[in-house]
Design a protein around this ligand. Structure first.
Ligand code: SAM
Length: 219
């Protein structure tokens, strides 16, 4: 893993409408190399979905709920970490990423709707992933990828299912003494937040024509 440490602070989660986006913020945080998501508030759906992914897919990603955004930002800075707030109004990413990378511990703050003005003041960097409105999920993915310079994409997650990269079909290795096929694999949707009518794993569903899914033992 890259030497930089990153945690993600999710601000302004509204349980009645942000379940899916906040779950995806957590999934992206985990998959793109952050070690923790701090959620301001709590939501059983988000917690269960992320726990489930961590259990099946391994690694040591943590979710902390009921975080106080101000307390977390202030303590992080007091301990010497840098705080990046992702906002379309900020400095554009390519102009500041080299400077940000010099800080070895980064908290990345992502909002939902309106972010308190104090967040802009407390942040060491207000950073735009392009100065156009889009999404916290996309902004976080691009930011973490630039922070870790792509190294996060080849990271191993210990103790869970492993995918064997394959040009066609699906090959999955199961931990020897862990999840069985039903618990861990092909019959379960990823992210735990599938909506009615969606495909099982969001990739068009089922094995590709002519491709056999290999079920191998991970030793
Ligand atoms: N007015 C918001 C802003 O300041 O970016 C857009 C709200 S958007 C629905 C929710 C979150 O997505 C924002 O709080 C921000 O973290 C992120 N976001 C959206 N567009 C972005 C961009 N171009 N660059 C960085 N972050 C962005």
């Amino acid at each position: 893993m890259p030497p930089v440490r990153a945690v993600v602070l999710r601000l302004g989660h509204r349980p009645e409408r942000d379940k899916r986006v906040t779950t995806h913020v957590g999934l992206v945080a985990r998959a793109f190399g952050a070690e923790e998501m701090l959620l301001c508030g709590r939501d059983a759906h988000v917690e269960e979905s992320l726990d489930d992914v961590a259990m099946r897919w391994g690694g040591d990603f943590r979710l902390t709920v009921d975080a106080s955004w101000k307390g977390e930002m202030v303590r992080w800075k007091e301990r010497g970490g840098g705080v990046v707030h992702l906002t379309m109004y900020g400095s554009n990413l390519p102009d500041v990423i080299d400077e940000i990378r010099r800080s070895k511990e980064i908290m990345v703050v992502v909002g939902a709707e309106k972010v308190p003005a104090e967040v802009y003041e407390l942040a060491d960097w207000n950073v735009a992933v392009g100065n156009q409105p889009h999404s916290e999920v996309a902004a976080l993915a691009v930011f973490l990828d630039r922070l870790f310079q792509g190294e996060e994409l080849v990271r191993e997650f210990e103790g869970g299912l492993k995918i064997v990269p394959s040009p066609r079909g699906k090959e999955v290795l199961y931990p020897e003494n862990g999840l069985d096929e039903e618990e861990g694999g092909r019959d379960k949707e990823e992210g735990g937040d599938k909506e009615k009518g969606e495909e099982e794993d969001g990739d068009g569903g089922g094995a590709l024509p002519g491709a056999e899914a290999g079920l191998l033992l991970w030793r």
